[in-house]
Ligand binder design. Structure first.
Ligand code: PEP
Ligand code: MN
Length: 347
């Protein structure tokens, strides 16, 4: 259940309620909204009605909201307002802004990431993506440059005012990746790696949680709940396609997930049409569709020479293509009252 406190209470009043909840033997998760502070009471299994009545009588509590969904704190009821995740360079995800994350599937060399960072920043990207640790189906495929790649990402992102988003695959690497990146990406294959979710839940960097290849929306939101109740409230969801019977595309990009997730949770959701379709000729239309569906951002694989890419070449677009995608998405964003990052000059 969730306790919605009266507006503008001083911290001591919030602390009194938290203490009351903890003394009763439950966990209390505090979420400060624009007006109301909300306290999630976690661990209640029995006597729910009696407990709701008791907490409802506290003078700080305006109302008690029972939550029947399995995910609590990330549910719409779990917060007053929507979550906007802010990064160090001023880039944010959620609210009216649409985030543009662009870069290669894998960081392959300093020159490759530098060329890409320059071009995508000029075309309007505000996040640089690139894999340092790659989850590859084959153990013989390129596995990423690891720590060296993290350094290249950081240097190039700083040179062009971008935030870094990169995947962390292993609990042992969370500290290392967090030292270089602005956003920790949890890849589709690790969406239910619960130890990893707990570890990034304890990190002080925003997390981009990709939907698992065969995850239901409920499972995806439960994974987000792990991170959230671990203490990290800066969670961004990413729809990246799910596996279906269809083989004409790499995955089936589930765009209905975007408006549905907005109904179910206060967390922002972005879309990755690159992994979602696996085909570069579908990136522009599916980017437009994603923004039309209400996505809070796009993640696109961009490579200076897709034919030579060490991973995901067929779904990678050139920096010039990326510029064209951004231009074609802009009128849709504007029609919906959303803003894309400013373009420095044509790519
Ligand atoms: C990626 O972003 O390069 C990636 C591996 O994505 P996913 O986990 O969605 O397959
Ligand atoms: Mn990829």
């Amino acid at each position: 259940m969730i306790l919605v406190l009266y507006p503008s209470l001083p911290p001591e009043a919030v602390a009194r309620v938290v203490a009351e909840v903890r003394e009763s033997g439950y966990d209390a998760h505090v979420s400060a909204g624009s007006e109301h502070t909300i306290i999630g009471v976690v661990g209640v299994t029995a006597d729910k009605e009696e407990l709701a009545e008791r907490f409802g009588q506290l003078e700080e509590v305006e109302r008690v909201v029972p939550i029947s969904r399995p995910y609590k704190m990330v549910s719409r009821e779990g917060k007053d307002g929507t979550t906007v995740v802010r990064c160090a360079n001023g880039a944010s995800v959620g609210g009216t802004a649409i985030a543009l994350m662009a870069g290669p599937c894998s960081v392959e060399s300093e020159q490759q990431i530098e060329t890409t960072a320059r071009a995508v920043s000029r075309a309007g990207a505000n996040f640089l993506r690139g894999g340092a640790f790659k989850p590859r189906t084959s153990p013989y495929a390129f596995q990423g440059l690891g720590e060296q790649a993290l350094r290249y990402l950081r240097t190039c992102a700083d040179a062009f005012g971008l935030a870094v988003v990169t995947e962390v695959m292993d609990v042992r690497d969370v500290e290392l990746v967090a030292a270089h990146a602005d956003v920790l990406q949890i890849g589709a294959r690790n969406m239910q790696n619960f130890n990893l979710l707990r570890e990034v839940g304890a990190a002080r960097k925003p997390v981009l949680l990709k939907r698992g290849l065969s995850a239901t929306i409920e499972e995806w939101l439960m994974a987000a709940e792990y991170i959230y109740v671990g203490g990290n409230h800066d969670v961004v969801l990413c729809e990246r396609g799910i596996r279906t019977f269809e083989t004409a595309t790499r995955n089936t990009l589930d765009l209905s997930a975007v408006p549905l997730v907005h109904l179910l949770t206060h967390l922002p959701v972005i879309v990755d049409p690159s992994h979602g379709t696996g085909r570069r000729d579908l990136i522009a239309p599916m980017s437009r569709a994603a923004v039309a569906a209400g996505a809070d951002g796009l993640m696109l694989e961009v490579h200076p020479n897709p034919a030579q890419a060490k991973s995901d070449g067929p779904q990678s677009i050139t920096p010039e293509d990326f510029g064209a995608v951004v231009r074609s998405v802009r009128p849709i964003a504007e029609a919906l009252g959303r803003e894309l990052p400013a373009v420095v000059s044509a790519a």
